[in-house]
Design a protein around this ligand. Structure first.
Ligand code: ADP
Ligand code: MG
Length: 369
């Protein structure tokens, strides 16, 4: 068991809080993705884990023992940076064995370990080359090989795909996932790209302004966002969000009454945010709910403003009484037309409701009440 736990960790830089009272646990073998907008504290958190920055407050525990004050090299964590940080004058093999040579590990062990990682990352042919003679994807693989060869307790990856073009990004991403399947080394992976987070993570931790917003499985964050920020950040195309007046626990959605979860907080609200994902909106006029009962669907008249072809779907932009919204519509060959009038509908089961006061999910509040 080698879980890693952050307990009430804060990091302050000259008055600004880069990481604010953050607690989370990385389970043994877990692939945890830290995601959030630029400047939210992701790299700082990774550097705190690596020991490259000192915490201002809080503790870091590994398998129950306090490692808060350990030097980076005493932690046996491996960090992979966005810019690879390879030595240009060394060959691929020398780059990979650099750490072993620095630690004066017996040369007899080098060969077997280099061969193993070269095999894992398909670098066998490249061992004699210098980084200048490698493609971006190959350099990234060398950086990973150098991290893996140490057999670390934890991988720390800071936006390792962001310098690669789109096709290569998919390739290296698949490589990282395959590697994780084989090695099962606990990993903290940082990205600002929520799609990357959704596709790679066992669990996602969403950060904003140094605060942990929510941590959970991708599907949990998608289906049950804890607050308005997570709702808007996770999922693509982004959730439609409308700020609507409410009274006595009822919000009117285009003349259709929707009851808020029955809590003291919800009853005294005068405003709520209603969220509905683009993929949960239908425009099929022939659409008939399964049991013929449409009382649990909201209907909206809408006028299309423009339509983006994504491939399998169109992303349609429409004007409604709630405001502008976007929805996905299957590409059935006939292109939707601007100014076309459509009737949109969505199920009450698919809506998300957030407090106008504290922006927390009203359903979660009810579960926790
Ligand atoms: N060494 C530093 N000195 C002062 N401020 C810093 C330092 N490193 C990061 N910050 C600040 O901390 C905040 C978080 O930065 P960072 O962790 O790099 O964010 P992210 O990786 O999510 O983009 C930012 O406001 C940044 O300006
Ligand atoms: Mg960063």
């Amino acid at each position: 068991m080698s879980s890693i736990r952050l307990e009430n960790v804060s990091k302050q830089f000259e008055g600004s809080m880069a990481v604010n009272n953050l607690s989370l646990e990385i389970a043994d073998g877990e692939f945890l993705v830290l995601v959030g907008p630029s400047g939210c504290g992701k790299s700082t958190l990774l550097r705190l884990l690596a020991g490259l920055e000192q915490v201002s407050e809080g503790r870091i525990l590994q398998a129950g023992s306090d490692i808060t004050d350990l030097e980076p090299r005493e932690r046996n964590f491996s960090m992979i940076f966005q810019n690879y940080a390879l030595f240009p004058h060394m060959t691929v093999e020398q780059n990979i064995t650099f750490g072993m040579r620095m630690r004066n590990e017996p040369k007899s062990q080098h060969r077997a370990r280099v061969d193993r990682v070269a095999d894992l990352l398909q670098l066998g042919e490249l061992l004699g080359r210098k980084p200048g003679k490698l493609s971006g994807g190959q350099r990234q693989r060398v950086a990973m090989a150098r991290a893996i060869v140490r057999d670390p307790k934890l991988f720390l990856m800071d936006e390792p795909l962001s310098n690669l073009d789109a096709r290569l990004r998919t390739e290296v991403r698949d490589g990282i996932m395959t590697l994780h399947q084989q090695l099962k080394t606990s990993t903290v992976y940082v990205t600002h790209d929520q799609m990357e987070a959704m596709t790679m993570a066992d669990r996602i931790a969403v950060l904003n302004g140094g605060h942990l917003q929510q941590i959970g499985a991708p599907q949990t964050l998608y289906a049950h966002p804890a607050n308005l920020f997570v709702a808007g950040f996770i999922g693509t195309p982004a959730m439609n969000i409308f700020k609507l007046p409410c009274r006595d626990g009822v919000v009117m959605v285009d003349n259709q009454a929707v009851h808020l979860p029955d809590t003291a907080h919800a009853r005294q609200l005068t405003e709520v945010y209603l969220g509905i994902r683009p993929e949960h909106i239908e425009d099929d006029a022939r659409f008939t709910p399964l049991n013929g009962d449409d009382s649990r669907r909201i209907m909206l008249n809408a006028s299309l403003t423009y339509c983006e072809l994504l491939g399998a779907d169109y992303l349609n932009h429409a004007q409604t009484s709630l405001g502008a919204l976007r929805y996905l519509r299957e590409n059935r060959g006939n292109a939707p037309q601007a100014n076309q009038q459509v009737t949109l509908s969505f199920s009450l089961q698919d809506i998300h409701l957030f407090s106008g006061q504290n922006q927390l999910n009203l359903h979660r509040e009810m579960q926790h009440a």
